[in-house]
Design a protein around this ligand. Structure first.
Ligand SMILES: NC(=O)c1ccc[n+]([C@@H]2O[C@H](COP(=O)([O-])OP(=O)(O)OC[C@H]3O[C@@H](n4cnc5c(N)ncnc54)[C@H](O)[C@@H]3O)[C@@H](O)[C@H]2O)c1
Ligand SMILES: CC(C)[C@@H](O)CC[C@@H](C)[C@H]1CC[C@H]2[C@@H]3[C@H](O)C=C4C[C@@H](O)CC[C@]4(C)[C@H]3CC[C@]12C
Length: 369
């Protein structure tokens, strides 16, 4: 828990606070924000682990609610000094309809913005995504770019489209007058692919490897770099930006910041092996075992199967045309904007991030046996 030497007078609200990133943001706030009086956690699905947080000096309020319901959002936001909006439908596997993704990610964000304006909350941090930028539908690489690198952001997929629309709404809301006459101060954080304790896709890949006799088969060239960032550092950036936004509104209001740390630039598959390898899995092949056209054919067959089976069951494999194209397109960031604007430095080194993730994988492994 944070040192209580400073006056505890702030109320924070974290939407999506029971998600993969959200839980880390909640725990990081309790550890690193000494001015917290109340921490509200708003989520469609509340986790049982929240109970253990209620024994500390900070009042932890769990609120079960839906960001698509404006009145539920307004009730949760009322009285909060800071909102960290991480709630979202993270779906590139065809599990949810485009309409549902839009309702949660775009309308939900509109509801959060309007709740801040109507109830007088002055600071809003939005969890955006690298996908607001790319990779685009043309497969153009984004090689160690930054927030100012020119790039043709063209999206067709519902998820990146929804994140781009939501981010735009948040940035445009910066400067609006909230109840009481003060200006709303907003900013957006763009994580690349987040990894760490609780990452569901890493769990899925581990289970897939166990089913294949401890092997995974390379599908992506090792030369394709994909940006990754440790969840603890993403959580820390959220806590720090929420604090500094209150002090440096003129500089930071309406700004976007990529989330980054010292995680190495690698292909998606090679990076995952940093954690799956110590758990006994092996990546077969120094180059893709199948030609790209055959992989794309398999991806399209998966998409066709998903469509045919939808009336009966949800078939949502990792491989589909969008995920294959994404994995196969270089997208890495190299920036120091967060350091320049609000003094961000990663809280966890690459070695610590890797060790913590491997340790989580191994405890997951032992509980699976
Ligand atoms: N995971 C990544 O690699 C990654 C990368 C960049 C950005 N992001 C963004 O970070 C945020 C969190 O992502 P995550 O990976 O933790 O996903 P997640 O699915 O683990 O967490 C999302 C949380 O939002 C909640 N939620 C969903 N719909 C809701 C609704 N209608 N009302 C209230 N709560 C709702 C879910 O219950 C869940 O707890 C998302 O906005 C996502 O776009 C994630
Ligand atoms: C089946 C193989 C081709 C396998 O390599 C596919 C991997 C694929 C599931 C992932 C490759 C890149 C991932 C995405 C990336 O890390 C960034 C994202 C942005 C974030 O906002 C949400 C998650 C994601 C879309 C992430 C999802 C999994 C991948 C597509």
């Amino acid at each position: 828990m944070a040192d209580s030497a400073q006056a505890q007078e702030l109320v924070y609200l974290v939407t999506g606070g029971c998600g993969f990133l959200g839980e880390h943001v909640v725990r990081m706030l309790l550890q690193q924000e000494p001015r917290l009086r109340e921490l509200r956690i708003f989520d469609l699905h509340l986790g049982p682990w929240l109970e253990e947080l209620k024994t500390g000096p900070v009042q932890v309020t769990a609120i079960q609610g839906d960001v698509t319901q404006a009145h539920e959002v307004a009730a949760a936001v009322a009285g909060a000094h800071v909102v960290i909006h991480t709630a979202g439908l993270v779906d590139v596997f065809g599990r949810a309809s485009p309409e549902t993704i839009h309702a949660v990610n775009v309308q939900g964000t509109k509801n959060v913005i309007e709740a801040c304006v109507q109830t007088g909350t002055q600071f809003l941090v939005y969890t955006s995504s690298m996908e607001v930028v790319g990779p685009n539908i043309k497969g153009h690489p984004f090689y160690r770019g930054n927030e100012d690198t020119p790039y043709e952001a063209v999206h067709r997929h519902p998820y990146p489209r929804s994140k781009a629309l939501a981010e735009q709404l948040v940035l445009e809301a910066n400067g609006r007058k909230v109840r009481g006459g003060l200006p709303l101060v907003t900013c957006a954080l763009r994580p690349t692919g987040i990894y760490g304790e609780g990452h569901q896709i890493m769990r899925d890949l581990y289970q897939q490897g166990l089913r294949l006799g401890g092997r995974l088969f390379r599908a992506i060239p090792a030369s394709v770099e994909h940006g990754r960032v440790y969840v603890g550092n993403v959580a820390w950036m959220h806590v720090l930006v929420a604090r500094e936004l209150q002090e440096r509104a003129a500089l930071m209001g309406g700004q976007v910041y990529f989330c980054y740390d010292k995680s190495p630039y690698k292909s998606y598959e090679d990076f995952n092996m940093e954690f799956l390898g110590p758990c006994g899995l092996r990546l077969v092949g120094t180059r893709p075992l199948l030609p790209y056209w055959l992989l794309m054919l398999l991806a399209f067959l998966n998409a066709l199967l998903q469509w045919l089976l939808r009336p009966l069951l949800l078939y949502a494999p990792l491989l589909n045309p969008y995920t294959l194209a994404m994995a196969n397109t270089t997208f890495t960031v190299s920036t120091d904007k967060a350091q320049r604007h609000f003094g961000y430095e990663p809280l966890f080194s690459w070695e610590e991030s890797r060790t913590r993730t491997v340790r989580w994988m191994q405890t997951m492994d032992s509980s699976a046996q």
